[in-house]
Design a protein around this ligand. Structure first.
Ligand code: HEM
Length: 560
């Protein structure tokens, strides 16, 4: 045996030792070999294994773990449409170690939106990303029934009475923004940047409260910085990896704590003062108001803003609510709900208004018709907008609807499957652990429901020619999950605001806001696409579908 051992040792000594330079060549070579083998094994496994007919078909992908991430990421709508042609309305694809089952068409929508809360969970899908940004004990960090109550409170604050007060504020904000930022008689502007800034101003003014709006207006605003830090923590990477030791994650957490502190201070102040202003103080404010406005240029501090009766913002509505057991909403719940609302409404409305302006910019006939509608219904283009007047503008309403059909900001909505659930239409079972995705962004482009679906045609909503208008509305539209009647069936092929228990409660406010801003825009400007940029492609790398940067248009102030 000693002999044999010596022989082995001698042979081993003859093997050349790799130098550093050889190592540099060898490591990448081994890596390529390893990846090729992994790809080969992964491909063979998929090709040779017989698919299990109980489960939805699985999209073929070359790379283990990565799955279809690259093709999905490049253009998710095309990826889902291509897979639908091959596999039908329900199929599974792999994404960075997860299984995502896409559920398309009215039945797919119904499966995802009307699933039970304990088997088809939005909280389990979203809370890793949302809780650090919104804060604890609200939305997906609250028990489901508590979240439904919280939705009810927010909805109560978004009442028609409040919308009536919001419309003049929206017009005022739009006027002020356009005067300041569309400074020349004609010019070029990044319309997405502009609409994002205008929407944060309007949302703060109408929902967040004047205290927040006032601080936003100051140079180097802390609120604006905190909002940016939270926003950087609300990206697809945060959905995939909720906690990484990166500076952006740390800044997100600090920003949440600071925002909560700022809101809590405002709420404490309002609670302590009873938020009342005495009549004599109100009269005094009226008297000194022109002075305040002139000297400080605080145009957003109107006398009525300082008078409690006029508070139509959400903070105030939430302060006045109590949970079912009688406990008033704690300050940090209100603060966290306000952050959630900011995130619910900011990018969604900013991108929708941008896409609408871009679509109008290449459709002068539409812009002309919108102006004619205003003249016919309101009397002139200088008649001030009000809530009821806006309701009489069906073409403007149709522009908003059509924008949300062709460019829905949230093109898919996710849930996590917590126990095997059957998909009745095909008889498949969606297994526990899968994510499911409803994709209105795909179904809203389906020619079965919309004629010539890629055309931006607002008149389709007025003429009712599409297949969608022949579908029956499901009785589920009348269900109430604790925040009022849902109002739309989960089987509808048009669901830019979702359906079921997680349906958007900001839809009505979103419509009022978008109609006021777009109606004001067509009054004030002639505009066209920037010939150097044309109509921008969609950018799918954020949480909402944005136009690729920069989304520039050319504008000219109109002389009305
Ligand atoms: C839910 C879209 C504006 C607050 C949703 C959902 C969608 C949506 C698709 C369903 C998400 C899901 O099922 O996973 C939009 C669009 C908007 C908009 C397109 C504007 C054009 C707003 C505004 C607010 C808001 C202005 C707040 C005032 C909410 C809330 C939910 C929600 C609280 C409930 C989430 C849940 O129950 O899980 N929104 N939204 N949204 N949205 Fe909106």
């Amino acid at each position: 045996p000693t002999h044999a051992l010596n022989a082995i040792l001698e042979k081993a000594a003859e093997v050349p030792v790799l130098g550093t330079s050889s190592l540099l060549v060898a490591i990448p070579a081994y890596f390529v070999l390893f990846v090729s083998l992994a790809v080969l094994v992964n491909a063979l496994q998929q090709l040779l294994a017989r698919p299990d007919p109980r489960y939805p078909p699985v999209v073929f992908s070359w790379f283990p773990y990565i799955g279809s991430a690259v093709s999905f990421g490049a253009n998710p709508i095309k990826f889902m449409q291509d897979a639908q042609k091959k596999y039908g309305d329900i199929y599974t694809y792999k994404l960075l170690g997860r299984r995502v089952t896409v559920c398309l068409g009215p039945d797919g929508n119904n499966f995802v939106f009307n699933g039970k809360a304990n088997t088809t969970s939005a909280a389990e899908a979203y809370k890793g990303m949302t809780t650090p940004v919104f804060g604890k004990e609200v939305v997906y960090d609250a028990p489901h029934s508590v979240f439904m109550e919280q939705k009810k409170f927010i909805k109560l604050g978004l009442s028609v009475d409040n919308f009536r007060k919001h419309v003049p504020l929206l017009v005022e904000e739009a006027d002020a923004y356009f005067n300041e930022h569309f400074a020349r008689p004609s010019g070029k502007i990044d319309i997405h940047k502009a609409m994002s800034e205008l929407i944060i101003n309007t949302a703060s003014r109408c929902l967040m409260g004047d205290e927040i709006r006032a601080t936003l207006a100051t140079a180097g605003s802390e609120i604006a910085r905190l909002y940016a830090d939270l926003d950087h923590g609300f990206q697809p990477i945060n959905f995939l990896f909720p906690d990484l030791p990166l500076p952006s994650y740390r800044r997100r957490d600090i920003a949440n704590a600071r925002m909560t502190e700022i809101y809590s201070k405002i709420i404490r102040k309002r609670r302590a003062s009873g938020d009342t202003v005495s009549l004599s103080l109100y009269i005094q404010i009226w008297l000194v108001y022109p002075l305040i406005q002139k000297t400080l240029n605080l145009w957003y501090v109107t006398p009525s803003v300082l008078f409690f009766q006029s508070r139509a913002d959400l903070v105030q509505a939430l302060i006045e609510q109590s949970y079912k057991d009688g406990t008033p909403l704690p300050d940090h719940h209100i603060a966290h709900m306000m952050i959630a609302v900011l995130f619910g409404g900011q990018h969604t409305s900013a991108t929708s208004s941008t896409w609408a302006i871009l679509e109008m910019a290449r459709n002068p006939t539409l812009v002309k018709a919108l102006r004619e509608e205003q003249i016919k219904e309101l009397g002139s283009l200088s008649e001030p907008f009000d809530y009821d007047g806006l309701r009489n503008l069906p073409l403007l309403e149709a522009v908003v609807r059509e924008t949300l059909r062709l460019h829905p900001p949230i093109f898919q909505m996710m849930r996590k499957i917590m126990a095997d659930v059957p998909f009745d239409k095909t008889g498949h079972v969606v297994p526990k652990g899968d994510y499911v995705a409803a994709a209105p962004g795909v179904t809203q482009l389906d020619p079965t429901y919309f004629n010539d679906p890629m055309a931006f045609n607002p008149w389709r909503w007025i003429n009712h020619e599409d297949g969608i208008h022949r579908l029956e509305v499901g009785a589920d539209a009348n269900e109430d999950f604790g925040f009022g009647v849902v109002g739309v069936s989960g089987r509808s092929p048009y669901l830019p605001f979702g359906a079921g228990r997680h349906r958007c409660i900001g839809e009505a406010f979103g419509h009022v806001q978008l109609k006021t801003l777009l109606g004001t825009f067509v009054r004030k400007f002639d505009f066209e696409l920037d010939p150097k940029r044309g109509f921008p492609n969609s950018d799918y790398t954020s949480m909402v579908v944005m136009p690729e940067k920069p989304a520039t248009i050319l504008y000219t102030w109109r002389k009305n």
